[in-house]
Design a protein around this ligand. Sequence first.
Ligand code: SF4
Length: 368
Amino acid sequence: MDLNRHDFKLEELVERIGAGDHRLVALQLPEGLKIQALEMIDALESQTDAKVIIAADPCYGACDLVHHKMQMMGVDLVAHMGHSQMNIDSGMETQFIDVTYDGAPELEPIIPILESHRKMAQERLEDSSVNEIDDSEAQERFLDAVGRKLPLTDTKLGLVGSIQHLHLLTQYKENLEKYGFEVVIPEGGERLTFPGQVLGCNYSGDNNSIGHYLFLGSGDFHPHGLVLHTGKPLAILDPYTGEARELSLQIIERILRQRFGLIMASDKAKSFGILIGEKPGQMRRNMALSLKRLLEKHGKKGYLLALEHVGPELIDFYPVDAFVNTACPRIAIDDSVKYAKPLLTPFELEIVLGEKKWEDGYKFDEIP
Ligand code: SF4
């Protein structure tokens, strides 16, 4: 990653520190940007009267705001970099800095992939228009990649990205329209700040008029979540490398097979650890309590475990048969192989208990 091509917007932060006469500032950065942190401290301390502390614990999202510990240390402003504000309040004054990257890859290599995905969406839309068929035929014909009936109303291209690349979307929409695509930049719910933004736990901008997606970003974290949530074909354009690719359905099938295996492995489980995330934007206490009640209804035990960080070394030793996670939804999906016992999402637990049916399609665990 070329850090010199990122805009950390330090001038805005310098201005805010001066205007608020802040004296002790905490800098919270995602792992990939921490290498630049000391340089930022030098710049901030030379241009303001503030002393700067790095909040050096791992940070994976704006769900993970530093709060009472920094307050106890006397910090009066947090600068949170690389993520945008969510619908949560950490109780600390916080400046969100949506670090941007200046790379703008060529669209041409992605066009053939988008054309083939639009064709897939058109076929699904045509199938959806046939309404006089029975349920089993409907199941056959309307299934999306995660096994649901897909009520498409159009085949628009949804243009989304990770936060560093969102400034490209408006221009890319215009350019894609010149290639003949009908493009929409979806606007999501309160957890998302910007049009076209997606998070690993929230794809709420999706709607029935979008038939396929183009994601601007790198890695598979957001793409896996986007397809698990929407079930729609996904093309990926990486602004760091210029690489154009698609997310293969085999990968989604592999994830679904793994999830199904964990559900089956929990079938006879009598006791469950229910994980509650302590981070401000991951805490779903009410959901955890209702899962405990649901387990009791089915004659099973649920033990509530609250953690700031979820990891196998912190839970594997509890004498329960399986775990269900209400903290960051991606822990169960992306990290389950690290755990000695099945680690389920709340939806998957409902399948284990017979409250939901796997045959109706997979439901991604979203935090609204
Ligand atoms: S809950 Fe998980 S996926 Fe959502 S923002 Fe936080 S770290 Fe990312």
